[in-house]
Write a protein that binds this ligand. Structure first.
Ligand code: H2U
Ligand code: ZN
Length: 350
């Protein structure tokens, strides 16, 4: 047998942030594809939609009316998954029946009054306003005794379960640290204790030297396809300077975050010439008042599309029962994204 190489041979890769593995089957991306390849023809959206519950001046499902806002607008989710007045307690019936009370605050952030826009179509200066809202909300929520973790995220596109195309994101803040950030907290701590540097700082330096998986970058942030990516075009945005949370970002770094958010999502839209769906969000240190020098702020993007505007990757079968699996390698995905134009296709086609 010839020598192993990761562009031809099946292998598994470790995600050092979660200690999970992903199976990579690069030989399979050479197999013929006979499924459909379609462009999604999305109707142009108006700048104002009288039936949209996020547009300025409109009434929401819960009966509240949105103000006549310009730019960003934040409100408490009318159907919050977590509530502030949940009593302490739980279920403790041996090792098989365990439950713990959880409380928290959920908010919705409208990114713009313009119903027709999405992040890749917004101006960097307006995305910067979104970054500022993240900072304000993080500051406010993290000060609350009861809130020990703040999850900022964006669900984009109907196939990600997003209920409304109006540009918006959400914040769910909770009394305990949820599963994914809890895993990352442990791995980053162990790494920091061993090496005295952040896991993601060292990882970023290694990726900058290899140049195989980089997608876009600016002075303060780098977007790349992580070595251990699970979703076909999964990416991460990592700050060049290790910071624990958005509050530590300088003004220039906040501009940098807005800029790379746009750069990356323009590439995404250009990939299949469609408004590219994803779930994305920031991972930051817990907000329980302790210091977390090991925590390195980053943003994950988990997009489901695989082959066209309509063909998505399904996490089923082996993925559900055994281990997530991908065909196209992280390196191939990064190369495809990198090679795309940095001008949004709608602008280019005008
Ligand atoms: P998506 O980001 O997944 O589309 O969710 C939108 C949120 O908006 C969802 O959590 C909330 C829903 O509870 N919402 C309101 O708070 N008020 C409304 O009038 C409708 C939707
Ligand atoms: Zn709207």
């Amino acid at each position: 047998m010839n020598k192993f190489n990761s562009t031809d041979h099946p292998h598994k890769r470790l995600n050092p942030l979660t200690n999970d593995w992903v199976l990579v089957s690069p030989h399979r991306s050479k197999r013929p594809w006979q499924g459909q390849v379609e462009k999604a023809v999305a109707a142009e959206r108006p700048q104002y939609d009288p039936t949209c519950y996020l547009c300025a001046g409109n009434e929401r499902v819960g009966g509240h009316r949105n103000p006549d806002y310009k730019g960003t607008f934040v409100f408490t989710n009318d159907f919050s998954a977590l509530l502030t007045d949940t009593p302490d307690g739980g279920v403790d019936e041996g090792s098989l029946f365990q439950a713990k009370s959880e409380s928290g605050i959920c908010k919705v952030i409208c990114f713009s009054e313009d119903h027709s826009l999405t992040i890749p179509e917004m101006e960097v200066k307006d995305i910067r306003k979104v970054v500022d809202v993240w900072g304000e909300q993080f500051a406010e929520l993290s000060q609350k005794e009861q809130i020990n973790y703040v999850q900022i995220f964006e669900n984009k596109g109907a196939i990600m379960g997003c209920s409304n195309p109006h540009p918006h994101g959400q914040i769910w803040s909770s009394s305990s640290v949820p599963v994914e950030p809890a895993k990352e907290s442990e791995t980053q701590k162990a790494y920091f204790e061993k090496h005295g540097t952040t896991l993601l700082g060292d990882y970023l330096n290694a990726e900058l030297a290899k140049e195989e998986r980089l997608v876009v970058q600016n002075e303060h942030f780098v977007a790349l396809v992580p070595y251990w990516a699970v979703w076909p075009f999964e990416t991460m945005i990592i700050s060049r300077r290790p910071v624990q949370n958005v509050l530590e970002l300088t003004d220039e770094e906040k501009d940098g975050l807005a800029d790379i958010y746009k750069q990356l999502t323009v590439k995404y839209d250009n990939l299949f010439e469609t408004s590219f769906a994803y779930s994305a969000g920031l991972h930051q240190a817990p907000t329980d008042g302790k210091d977390y020098p090991e925590w390195h702020l980053h943003m994950h993007f988990y997009p489901p599309l695989l082959r066209s505007a309509t063909v998505k990757k399904f996490m089923v079968g082996y993925e559900m029962l055994a281990t997530p699996q991908r065909d196209i390698t992280a390196e191939q995905a990064a190369q495809r994204l990198r090679d795309l134009s940095d001008v949004h296709y709608k602008k280019a086609n005008q």
